[in-house]
Design a protein around this ligand. Sequence first.
Ligand code: SAH
Ligand code: SF4
Ligand code: F3S
Length: 448
Amino acid sequence: MITATAPKKFSVITYGCQMNDHDSEIMEGLLRSRGYEKTEDEHDADVVVFNTCCVREGAENRAIQRAQSLAAAKERRPGLVVAMSGCVAQDQGKRLLDRIPSLDIVIGTRDYIRLPELIEKYQIDGERIVATEDIDKPFSVNLVPIREQKLKGFVNIMYGCNNSCTYCIVPKTRGEEWSRPLAEVVDEVRGMVAQGYREVMLLGQNVNSYMTAAREDFADLLSALNEIDGLWRIRYTTSNPKSCRDRHIEAVAGCDKVMENLHLPVQSGNNRVLRMMKRAYNVERYRYLVEKFRAQNPLHSLTTDIIVGFPTETEEEFQDTLNLVRDMRYDNAFMFIYSPRAGTVSADTMVDDVPMKVKKDRLQRLIDLQESIAFEKNQEEIGRLHEVLVEGISKKDPGQLVGHTRTFKRVVFDGNARLIGSRVNVTITGGNGHTLMGDVVTREASFA
Ligand code: SAH
Ligand code: SF4
Ligand code: F3S
């Protein structure tokens, strides 16, 4: 008698940046291709993968605690396989097996494509596995990820980071910078467009230092992608001020599909702090680059990342950051309290001497300032016309649709769900610091 067995289920829980989001999509694709089905509930899964981040202590602790909390489930169901991938896995390797008794597999940031084989090996041998050794190898993944939404998708253009910002763990967890061949990226995007994707987000820690073995740079890549018929929009992150060359600025201006948002992390508005961070630019250079970029790309929104409370940062130096934020008038900013990470230069050689109370106070003042600027800038949008890619139904109000402008601002508006997947012209009628409201004035046809 043949008995049908229920398909095995997996759950991938993701922390951290868009690189991790995309790596998770690839792991999900690999597991599905082996017959696994996805479940959102880790307590119902046969395989649970925690894809982790250690850029700040909070993110790391959250992932570890959640993995530890599976101990009881593991005892009830000995067949359950628990794996940890991503930056914590790469950084800590086998130490994680001691910290998390219920963990079976530790898998590094360039080893995760072996996930299904490692699961099988573990199931056969029953021995816990640490696979983090591929970090030293050149890397390129040409696998089909399972992207959840068939409209916008991530594409890796490079891996790793060759910079040495003193606070940052990423070069250690992601390895040496390595750019994927241009033709391979173009092929992947063509394939996505054939499946119906209209917007791609190019991913890398320093996308504007993209440089292939054949000496193709980021400007070449943008120009090649801009030629793809059926592709509407190209986004990219993160650009590093250090590598912001004229060719990048001109290519953005010359490629009509490149979206009007520049994410250019500044980290601090003070030169002494920037030097201690080893960011390789000063405030004057940063201001000059933004001015030059805005002169050629006047419609762009500008976003950034900022760290407060870096070792020895004084109140006056923090005020330099506030002044820079006031002058730049960022549309949005990701703002963080400095978090010392073992193995980085700042954690190993500098004293984390800004008291937490002061750090929190600086963060709050910075957030208050940035939110008031974001609110003002969104008020200035009222009456303007924007092209919006209609992405779905608003979670808050099922009668409304939601999408993004080419400046990457979120807009909600009334409309029929049939518009999802198309572009519409929207007049902005209102907005707060985070979202704009609008009215549809023209549909897709006007773009033909
Ligand atoms: N490659 C990107 C950033 C990657 S990490 C770049 O260079 O811009 C994303 C952000 O996390 C950084 O821009 C920084 O603002 C923040 N970050 C990194 N390490 C941190 C730390 N130790 N403490 C607090 N924030 C940190
Ligand atoms: Fe970290 Fe600096 Fe590399 Fe960005 S550029 S990933 S902040 S080391
Ligand atoms: Fe975190 Fe690693 Fe991304 S440390 S921010 S998941 S590169």
